[in-house]
Design a protein around this ligand. Structure first.
Ligand SMILES: C[S@@+](CC[C@H](N)C(=O)[O-])C[C@H]1O[C@@H](n2cnc3c(N)ncnc32)[C@H](O)[C@@H]1O
Length: 249
């Protein structure tokens, strides 16, 4: 498995992305994001645990934000694995890049782009979506992600959802909790149903938090012609030090 001299930011942010509506939560408030969503930490852990990770695996963290799932993923794939974090928000990825630099990790690639058009430099073993409702409602985003996961790889998602309609007070709380981070609540009753479920085999869904959240996972169906991973494009970011002494993150 290749190593990386540093994380890689690929700037391809469309003009205007992140400037309106819910996305202000990812621009002005990116540094406060971790504190505000700390209650979700247990579900981040449970989401990562749905992936059958092995050392050396390549994992796509879709809508990775500030990289709050990186630590747990990396503890299981080791320095020889690779995390590719994709996010459209420059500010969220800047916090993620600081996290990567502070930990001294050399096997994290950060791709700044809408998922729909992201150029993903890997065929991944697994992919995850943590609290990314808007991404899950995009068929183009799902096509791009699932198209970069190997046959049989696991794709897992976790996030908020509406509880039962009679749970009015609970749903009011869910709305308040998620409104800063969700652009469009369409599909919020079953966030996995429109685009994730049709693209995977054996999607299993577990409701959590009294129906106010879910965990889901399934596997990528075999293709007629299996995807083959090519060499990972490290751009010009591989450090001369790494080449010289062969160290890894
Ligand atoms: C609620 S945050 C979740 C971040 C992280 N996964 C976590 O668990 O903390 C949702 C993230 O998805 C990103 N996002 C939303 N729509 C996107 C899109 N179409 N393409 C890329 N990123 C997107 C946002 O920028 C934001 O960082």
């Amino acid at each position: 498995m290749p190593s990386f001299g540093s994380s890689l930011l690929v700037p391809s942010l469309p003009v205007g992305w992140g400037s309106t509506g819910a996305q202000t939560a990812y621009t002005r408030d990116a540094s406060a994001y971790e504190t505000r969503t700390s209650a979700f930490e247990t579900y981040r852990r449970r989401l990562v645990d749905l992936l059958p990770l092995r050392r050396g695996d390549v994992v796509l963290d879709v809508g990775c934000g500030t990289g709050l799932c990186f630590e747990r993923v990396r503890s299981r794939i080791g320095a020889e694995g690779v995390i590719v974090g994709v996010d459209a928000s420059r500010d969220m990825l800047a916090v993620a890049a600081d996290r990567v630099a502070e930990r001294g990790w050399h096997n994290v690639i950060l791709v700044q782009s809408p998922v729909e058009e992201a150029e993903l430099p890997v065929i991944a073993d697994h992919a995850m979506f943590c609290a990314t409702h808007d991404v899950l409602q995009s068929g183009d985003a799902l096509d791009n992600v699932v198209g970069h996961v190997r046959d049989g790889g696991t794709v897992a998602a976790a996030g908020g959802k509406w509880a039962a309609p009679w749970a009015v007070a609970l749903n009011a709380g869910i709305l308040a909790l998620h409104a800063p981070y969700v652009r469009d609540f369409a599909g919020f009753d079953r966030p996995w149903a429109a685009h994730l479920a049709p693209r995977l085999n054996r999607l299993r869904v577990q409701e959590v938090a009294m129906g106010g959240g879910y965990l889901a996972s399934g596997t990528v169906p075999p293709r007629a012609v299996p995807l083959v991973a090519g060499p990972i494009d490290r751009g010009d970011q591989e450090s001369a030090d790494d080449r010289a002494d062969g160290t890894r993150g």
